[in-house]
Design a protein around this ligand. Structure first.
Ligand SMILES: Nc1nc2c(ncn2[C@@H]2O[C@H](COP(=O)(O)OP(=O)(O)O)[C@@H](O)[C@H]2O)c(=O)[nH]1
Ligand SMILES: [Mg+2]
Length: 323
C-alpha cells in the first residue's frame, strides 16, 4: 500500500517545513509514505525548501496555473507513481497532518472512495460568525446538489482511493473542492467524512481575496457542475419557469378575447408569446443538453480506460513482469 501526500504550493517557503514535519512517515496499513509538491510558479524559495526537506517528488509549473489545475496535475502524477491512496493537504499548514491516519482509515477498510476532513468550522475561533454562516449555508447547498452528506464541502484535506482518482475529472480552473464533491455524488462514489484538527492560522487565504469573491466563484462552480451533471433537470426547470410566467399574460389575453368584445390586450399577447417561445427554446436546449450529457459519459468512460492503461504501462515500466 503506497500513500502519496500531495501538497499544492504557491509561495509556501515559510510554512512548508512545519506542514511536512507534522505528517507521519509511518501509518498503520500503509507500507510507504511519499510526498509530492506541486509548485505553482512560486516566486519564493518553495522549491529549494522542498528539496532541502527531502520531498520525494516535485512538479514545477513554470507559471502560476491556479489551484485546480495544479491539483489535477498532482493527481495524475500520483497515479503514475503508483499511489494506492492520495492525500491532499495545504501548504500553509492549515490542517493537522497528524490526522492523516484517520483520513485514510475508511479507504483502507474499503468503506470509502473519498474521505473529506471535516474541520468542524463552527468551532474554529478565528472564523467570523458571518464566515461560519456562509460555510454552513454553502455546504448545505452542495450537499443538496450532490446528494451527499459531507459536512465540510470546501475542506482541502482529503484522501482519494486510486479508483476515485481515476474517475474524477477536474474541469474548472479555479477550485476543485466543490467540483469533486458534486461529481463524486453524481457518480455514486462512497464519500466519507472524518473530523480533523486544524492548526492556528498562519496567514490570510491567498485563494480568496474577499468574501464576495469567494461567494461568486463558489456559486458559479456549483451552478456549472450541477448543469453539467443534471442538464435535463437544469434546463427543464428554466423552461418551466419561463412557460409558467408566459402563460399568465396569454391567459389574460384569451380571457378578455372571449368575454369582452375581442379587442385589445395585444401587449399581454406579445409579452406572453415571447416568454412562451423562450420557454420552448429552452425546452429544446434541455433535450440537446441531455444528448450532450450522454456524450460526456462516453468520453469519461474512455478517459477512465485510458488512465487505467497508462497506469498499467507506468507500473510495468517500473516493475517489469510484476503484476
Ligand atoms: N497551485 C496553487 N495553489 C495555490 C494558489 N493559491 C493558493 N494555493 C495553495 O492552495 C492551498 C490553499 O490556499 P490558501 O491560500 O491557504 O487558501 P484557503 O484554502 O482559503 O485557506 C495552499 O496550499 C496554497 O499554497 C495558486 O494560485 N495556485
Ligand atoms: Mg489556508
Amino acid at each position: 500500500m503506497k500513500l502519496i501526500v500531495q501538497i499544492p504550493c504557491y509561495n509556501e517557503e515559510h510554512t512548508l517545513p512545519e506542514t511536512i514535519a507534522d505528517i507521519p512517515r509511518r501509518i498503520e496499513g500503509i507500507d510507504q509514505v511519499e510526498f509530492l509538491i506541486i509548485d505553482d510558479g512560486s516566486t519564493d524559495r518553495t522549491v529549494e525548501v522542498a528539496k532541502e526537506l527531502g520531498v520525494d517528488h516535485i512538479i514545477i509549473n513554470k507559471k502560476n496555473l491556479g489551484l485546480a489545475r495544479s491539483f489535477r496535475k498532482g493527481i495524475e502524477e500520483c497515479l503514475k507513481l503508483g499511489a494506492d491512496i492520495i492525500v491532499n493537504t495545504d501548504g500553509d499548514n492549515q490542517y493537522y497532518g497528524g490526522d492523516i491516519p484517520k483520513l485514510v482509515a475508511p479507504i483502507l477498510q474499503d468503506k470509502a472512495d473519498i474521505v473529506v476532513g471535516d474541520r468542524q468550522t463552527s468551532t474554529i475561533s478565528h472564523f467570523s460568525p458571518f464566515k461560519k454562516l456562509l460555510q454552513k449555508f454553502g455546504s448545505a447547498t452542495v450537499r443538496k446538489l450532490s446528494g451527499t452528506d459531507v459536512p465540510d464541502t470546501v475542506s482541502g484535506f482529503r484522501a482519494f482511493s486510486r479508483e476515485a482518482a481515476i474517475r474524477i475529472n477536474i474541469v474548472s480552473s479555479f477550485s476543485y473542492t466543490i467540483e469533486t464533491i458534486i461529481q463524486a455524488g453524481k457518480k455514486h462514489m462512497a464519500i466519507a467524512s472524518v473530523p480533523v484538527r486544524t492548526n492556528a492560522k498562519t496567514r490570510e487565504s491567498r485563494l480568496f481575496k474577499s468574501i464576495p469573491a469567494f461567494i461568486e466563484r463558489q456559486l458559479s462552480s456549483m451552478i456549472r457542475m450541477y448543469a453539467m451533471y443534471q442538464p435535463l433537470r437544469f434546463f427543464m426547470f428554466i423552461s418551466l419557469i419561463l412557460s409558467i410566467i408566459g402563460s399568465v399574460p396569454v391567459i389574460r389575453f384569451l380571457f378578455f378575447y372571449f368575454t369582452a368584445d375581442g379587442q385589445g390586450h395585444i401587449q399581454s399577447l406579445l409579452l406572453g408569446s415571447a416568454l412562451l417561445l423562450m420557454g420552448f427554446i429552452t425546452f429544446i436546449t434541455a433535450l440537446l443538453a441531455d444528448l450532450i450529457n450522454f456524450n460526456r459519459q462516453l468520453l469519461e468512460m474512455t478517459l477512465e480506460q485510458v488512465r487505467k492503461m497508462e497506469l498499467e504501462y507506468h507500473l510495468e515500466k517500473k516493475n517489469p513482469g510484476e503484476k
